[in-house]
Ligand binder design. Sequence first.
Ligand SMILES: [Zn+2]
Length: 93
Amino acid sequence: MNLRLFVRKNVQLARCPNCGKIAALRRSRTRNVIEKILRKIKLSPYFCQSCGWRGKIFSYKISKNFFQLVLMYIVLMILSAYIVQKFLKSYFD
Ligand SMILES: [Zn+2]
């Protein structure tokens, strides 16, 4: 399963959560171990060049068609399970 289908990169061009300015966010240096760990799970510290806001933003956002894709995978799984079941039934009969 390709994870890139589900998430899209939430670049630094995102809107500042504090002042709402676009493209003012810059990646900030990790200051301690906790931030380094958080960075590993793509929760990076950012700061706003415009208002000085500093905080953590998830680097990835769920894509618009996330639920469509999940639904599609579920349907495919049920369908393949149904086919396998049919096949096994006819095989053992
Ligand atoms: Zn700001």
